[in-house]
Structures are given as structure tokens and as C-alpha cells.
Design a protein around this ligand. Structure first.
Ligand code: XIL
Length: 320
């Protein structure tokens, strides 16, 4: 049995993967990606982002999103939809205009409305807002287009629009990295969730991206503590973008340490009662986002370039 079958037997809702459009013509890749025994859930790694969905204001293009979503549905896989609002991968028309607050709120609502309706029947969950908190010591809100023009209110507006236009029952998530242990950032996110719950702003989940580095990843205990932060607020969590990068060149010691990091976070998700599923941010090393973003690092995934399962794969499957 593959990872998804094992994960479901262990009580999780799914084990899934992100899939990028660039690799859709690779037959070996696709045979693994579409195998529901391995992956019961799929996230488009890029295809549903603003720059592709609304490349010109008011003109919507679902080609890249559909390339991932439609075959996943055919294969019986759940979809985590990603994302409505982010500071990255925005089209130039959006970032180069001096919007008034009310005009930008209108743009936000219109975008969510169209994309939510197009994927109305498709999404188990939507990452409504992605990475709104900064990496500064205080974990302030990120100074981006949204905060500058609308103010902190943009986050709750996005959640309200998402609830209005997505299918009832769609899980609405806040998604971020660096919140997999108790620190200033996860504390701020938890405070936001608590405030949303108190004021009736619709939120169902917190996505812990779980982009880790060998040697610097949170321990099992660290992660359990972070899960507790969220479970006591009555939201579910998921590991939404799990990968574990290592410094190149790769070697067997690094791969063993990497496997341990995969195992620790899988076990923490299994043991915590808020954590519904695990998504790896791609499963095949050559297509990982890591080398481009973190020069000198790579091989962050669970299948190597030859489509051989790595120690990390077996560490996860042994645990499940
Ligand atoms: C990454 C994609 O994997 C890359 O292909 C793209 O160039 C940049 O974005 N956090 C997120 C994801 O929420 O959307 C990012 O995906 C990785 C970091």
C-alpha cells in the first residue's frame, strides 16, 4: 500500500502532493502522481495563483489550474486549492496600479468570486490567505500591497468573500511557514484565529507549510506544542507543503537526517488531534522549488531523480 492508504488507515484524511504544470508530460512522474494509493490529495503548486488565473484585470484563465484539478478529480483525489491572496506571483496590472482602498477591495472580491465559482465543486479546502505575517522578530503583518492599501482588515475580508463564494463546507485555511513550533509568528497566527472565531470571521483551518531544512527543523515535541496552540482554538490543521531541504552535495548521512525530519513531522501530525492530512510540496527532487529559491540546497523530496524511493519515503511509510 502507498502513503495515502497507510495514512488513512492511521486515521488521517489524506496523504497528498503538490503538482506543478511543468512536469505533466513526464509519464513516470504522472503514474505516481495520479496513484491514489500514494496520494489521495493534490495541490496545484502554481496553477491557481493570481498571475495565472487573472493575468489581465477581469479576464480569467483557468487553463493551468484545470490541468492539475481535472485529472486529480478523475483519479478520485481530493484537492487543496491554493491560493486566493498572497504577496507573491501577482500580475503586473495589480502591483503597478495605485489603488484606492475601496477599489482594491473590489478587485479582491471579484477575484475570489470568479475563482471560487470556477472551482466550486472541486476544493476540499482553500488557502484563502497565504503568508500574511512577516519574518521580523515581532512577526508583524507583511508590508505588501494588501496591507498598505486596505490595512489589516484585508485578511478577514478575504475570508468573508471566500465563505460567500465557495461551496458550503469548503474548509477555509490560513496558510504560512515557520509556524510549526511555538514562536512569535505562530503565536500571532493563533491570536488572529482566536479573534476571528470570537468575531465570527469564517476560518476552519491553519496550514503549516512545513518547509524544513536538515539540522534546523523543529523537533517532534516542538511540533506537538504548535499543534496544541491551534487545536485549542477549534480549527483543524494540515501540513500543507512538507519538504526537507539539505545542503548539496547530498550524502547518505544527510538523507538519514532528512528521513528523521519527515518522520518527526508525520508522527506529530498523527498524534495531534487537529492535524487532518499531510501534503508534500512535490514528491520528486528534480521538480522541487528548493534549488531556485535556496541556492546550494536541494533534494528535499521523497523520490530521487531516478524515481527511486528515498529513506525519507520509507521513514514516513514505516510510521504510518
Ligand atoms: C512555489 C512554487 O513551488 C514555485 O514553482 C514557484 O516558482 C514559487 O512558489 N510557499 C507557498 C507556495 O505557499 O505557493 C510556494 O510555491 C512555495 C512556498
Amino acid at each position: 500500500p502507498g502513503l495515502n492508504v497507510l495514512a488513512q488507515r492511521a486515521g488521517l484524511h489524506y496523504f497528498g502532493t503538490a503538482i506543478d504544470n511543468v512536469v505533466l508530460d513526464n509519464k513516470q512522474y504522472i503514474s505516481i502522481a495520479r496513484n491514489r494509493s500514494e496520494f489521495g490529495q493534490v495541490t496545484p503548486a502554481n496553477g491557481q495563483k493570481w498571475m495565472y488565473i487573472e493575468p489581465t484585470q477581469g479576464i480569467f484563465n483557468y487553463t493551468l489550474g484545470d490541468q492539475i484539478v481535472v485529472p486529480a478529480t478523475r483519479a478520485g483525489q481530493l484537492k487543496r486549492c491554493h491560493n486566493f491572496v498572497w504577496h507573491n506571483q501577482l500580475p503586473a496590472w495589480l502591483t503597478s496600479t495605485n489603488w484606492t482602498k475601496s477599489a482594491l477591495i473590489g478587485v479582491l472580491e471579484n477575484h475570489i468570486k470568479h475563482e471560487a465559482r470556477h472551482y466550486y465543486n472541486d476544493c476540499y479546502a482553500w488557502d484563502v490567505v497565504n503568508e500574511a505575517f512577516d519574518d521580523d522578530a515581532a512577526a508583524s503583518l507583511r508590508k505588501d500591497l494588501w496591507l498598505d492599501t486596505i490595512g489589516s482588515e484585508y485578511i478577514e475580508l478575504a475570508f468573508r468573500f471566500a465563505r460567500k463564494y465557495t461551496r458550503p463546507g469548503t474548509k477555509l485555511y490560513y496558510n504560512d511557514y515557520g509556524i510549526e513550533r511555538v514562536n512569535n509568528k505562530s503565536t500571532k497566527v493563533a491570536a488572529m484565529v482566536k479573534d476571528f472565531k470570537k468575531r465570527g470571521v469564517p476560518i476552519d483551518g491553519v496550514g503549516l507549510q512545513a518547509h524544513y531544512t536538515v539540522g534546523r527543523a523543529p523537533s517532534y515535541d516542538d511540533q506537538i506544542a504548535a499543534h496544541k496552540l491551534f487545536s485549542k482554538l477549534g480549527v483543524e490543521t494540515a501540513l500543507t507543503e512538507l519538504d526537507v531541504r539539505l545542503q548539496l552535495p547530498d550524502n547518505s548521512t544527510a538523507q538519514a537526517l532528512q528521513a528523521q525530519v519527515y518522520a518527526d513531522s508525520t508522527k506529530a501530525c498523527l498524534d495531534a488531534d487537529d492535524c487532518v492530512g499531510i501534503t508534500v510540496w512535490d514528491f520528486w527532487d528534480p521538480v522541487s522549488w528548493v534549488p531556485d529559491t535556496f541556492p546550494g540546497f536541494g533534494n528535499a523530496d521523497i523520490w530521487d531523480a531516478n524515481f527511486t524511493k528515498k529513506p525519507a519515503y520509507y521513514a514516513v511509510s514505516d510510521l504510518l
